[in-house]
Design a protein around this ligand. Structure first.
Ligand SMILES: *[C@@H]1O[C@H](CO)[C@@H](O)[C@H](O)[C@H]1NC(C)=O
Ligand SMILES: *[C@@H]1O[C@H](CO)[C@@H](O)[C@H](O)[C@H]1NC(C)=O
Ligand SMILES: *[C@@H]1O[C@H](CO)[C@@H](O)[C@H](O)[C@H]1NC(C)=O
Ligand SMILES: *[C@@H]1O[C@H](CO)[C@@H](O)[C@H](O)[C@H]1NC(C)=O
Ligand SMILES: *[C@@H]1O[C@H](CO)[C@@H](O)[C@H](O)[C@H]1NC(C)=O
Ligand SMILES: CC(=O)N[C@H]1CO[C@H](CO)[C@@H](O)[C@@H]1O
Length: 537
């Protein structure tokens, strides 16, 4: 499609969101412009990540015990649905970790006294005794990882060797980390040729901690110790050194800065923080928070602060979301595993990318109410498909978008990335509104400083041309608490042998000719094949 000569404004991409049904006429106009000249950040190739946790089946919240057999220690790794679900990603990142990780002993080497299963015991951290990872289970896990081409992040026990500080009710743990058991696990891992992409130290021990905490200066020394162990154990193995991650806890500027300062340049590769910004899993208001743009926006400050801390105190490193489940304490029943959950989840994937996040780990792949795969049946929940679509469509290059329009435009969320391994740009649009339609124009904004005006004119036609590949997600029956998600009107369901369905787009041959329809309370990924963003070249 050639634009008329001298055209200053692009025909660009016109997306009209048509509101079907009686309120169809009442659409609001909004413009989403995609700044196409430069990328604002880049994610890791394996941005999408999901966690496996250690929780035993007698981990309970609010009178429910939603973990069943989903633990790292007992999940059925040969379940065909699980295998297919992980394989559907070319290389899903899985982080093994969670609250119990700082109580796990690895049954290898000489540097442990005792290795027994987790047992309930009042007065212990999280109400459980120490647990044990036997090497035959580690072997099974690694067979699964190899079969599914998983990218593995392993969270190490960071409380080992420390003792509780004296004092009434103090959760402070003092003394240096004893890394010998971790080193023995690492040696075993290297000896077997298992691939661990990153080793993470500790879970939620930073700043105020949850049930235990460690001071930043001590933690900095311990991460440095971990780095040295990794360097020694992997010395002479050829391949790339695994990354070192820390601290795997809630963001606290001064604590994070101090840890980075003490550990020193080049030691921490990824600064991992956890997010549970929707509050408790039993909150009756949970489903409303997920759709409230003002609520969803609040976490932007955390991403922004985190980015600044890493830039100022550890520019050799980058921010990762090491764990995020929306609502804490296992998520919300009949909410965190339903369509509505994708509103905040996809919004946060988009938002965190904008603020330089390299990796985003969703709690949990299996387990709890916030599972991507149903904890008992392993059938994918709506968020699984959201994650898979993101993984297939959204490349590492992140483009800034800006929405302008009426007073309700905050309800229209928009994110854009260079398309993954394909030409063009993919835009993610989330309509949080149950009552307002938006007639949206998406424009390729090439008019930014430095203003490559010539480029703009040269590319003007191309942006508008090409195909549009649309993936519309809606809940079955229009009920956002449905556990069935429709892709372009068809329910996504497993095949007869547990196969993950193909995710086929609706193709519009001419990206400019016909309007794009997106319904209220829906989500759309749209790849513009002919959008020639200089940032994506
Ligand atoms: C939005 O689009 C619909 C359908 O094309 C149209 O009827 C309506 O007038 C539009 N609304 C605005 C504000 O332009
Ligand atoms: C396996 O994962 C790696 C990245 O971790 C990727 O480069 C490779 O293409 C994947 N292999 C397959 C067969 O998908
Ligand atoms: C410890 O804390 C409890 C409750 O806060 C208090 O009743 C008790 O006196 C404290 N004991 C000491 C030795 O400080
Ligand atoms: C898992 O599936 C069962 C059976 O369909 C359902 O009752 C349960 O609510 C689901 N649980 C989660 C956490 O997805
Ligand atoms: C839209 O959402 C509001 C607030 O959640 C609710 O009160 C209202 O009934 C909903 N409207 C429709 C048409 O579902
Ligand atoms: C202005 C507007 O459309 N508001 C609605 C958007 O959708 C949310 C969630 O359904 C409602 O709570 C708002 O009233």
């Amino acid at each position: 499609m050639a634009a008329p000569a001298g055209a200053i404004f692009l025909c660009a991409l016109a997306i009209i969101l048509l509101f079907p049904g009686p309120s169809a006429a009442a659409g609001e106009k909004a413009t989403v412009s995609v700044r196409a000249v430069t990328a604002i950040s880049h994610t890791d190739d394996n941005f999408i990540c999901a966690t496996l946790d250690w929780w035993p089946k007698d981990k309970c919240n609010y009178g429910m015990c939603p973990w069943h057999d989903s633990s790292i220690l007992n999940l059925d790794l040969y379940n065909p649905i699980l295998v297919n679900a992980v394989k559907a990603f070319k290389s899903l990142r899985i982080r093994l970790g969670g609250s119990m990780q700082d109580q796990v002993t690895y049954k290898v080497g000489k540097h442990y006294d005792d290795c027994h299963n987790f047992r309930r015991e009042d007065g212990r951290l999280f109400g459980f005794t120490d647990g044990c990872l036997p090497m035959n289970r580690w072997d099974e896990l690694n067979i699964f990882f190899r079969r599914t081409n998983t990218t593995v992040t392993f969270g190490l026990n960071a409380l080992r060797g420390r003792r509780k500080a004296p004092g009434n009710g103090s959760t402070l743990h003092v003394g240096g980390w004893d890394g010998r058991n971790a080193r023995d696990l690492m040696r075993y891992t290297v000896g077997k040729g298992y691939r661990v992409e990153s080793w993470e130290l500790g879970n939620e021990l930073c700043a105020g901690g949850v049930e235990a905490k460690v001071k930043a200066a001590q933690y900095g020394k311990d991460v440095l110790r971990l780095r040295r162990i990794v360097e020694r154990v992997y010395d002479g193995t050829g391949g790339r050194l695994p990354k070192v991650l820390a601290p795997g806890g809630f963001y606290d500027g001064p604590w994070f800065s101090e840890m980075l300062r003490v550990s020193g340049p080049g030691v921490v590769d990824g600064v991992t923080h956890h997010i549970y910004n929707l509050g408790s899993g039993k909150d009756k208001d949970l489903i409303n928070k997920m759709q409230d743009p003002f609520y969803l926006d609040k976490v932007a400050q955390t991403f922004s602060d985190m980015e600044a801390t890493v830039r100022e105190s550890g520019p050799w490193s980058s921010p990762w979301v090491g764990e995020s489940g929306g609502a804490y304490n296992s998520g919300g029943k009949d909410v965190s595993d339903r369509f509505a959950d994708s509103f905040w989840y996809l919004d946060q994937l988009g938002m965190s990318s904008v603020f330089g996040t390299k990796v985003y780990c969703r709690q949990a792949l299996v387990g709890g109410n916030y599972c991507l795969l149903n904890t008992t049946t392993l059938a994918p929940n709506p968020d699984y498909y959201s994650a898979l679509l993101w993984d297939r469509l959204m490349g590492p290059g992140v483009l800034q978008t800006a929405t302008t329009g009426g007073a309700t435009s905050p309800y229209l969320r928009s994110y854009a990335h260079c398309s993954k391994q394909k030409p063009g740009v993919t835009v993610l649009l989330i309509n949080l509104s149950n009552s307002t339609a938006f007639n949206v124009t998406v424009a390729g904004d090439m008019d930014l400083h430095p203003p490559p005006r010539k480029l703009l004119e040269a590319d003007a036609g191309a942006v508008c041309g090409g195909q549009r590949e649309e993936y519309h997600l809606r809940p079955e029956g229009g009920d956002i608490q449905s556990s069935v998600v429709l892709l372009n009107g068809e329910p996504l369901a497993l095949g007869p042998c547990g196969q993950i369905p193909e995710l086929r787009p609706a193709v519009v041959a001419d990206g400019c000719a016909s309007p794009l329809r997106v319904e209220p309370h829906s989500i759309a990924f749209v790849r513009f094949t002919g959008f020639k963003a200089p940032a994506c070249a």
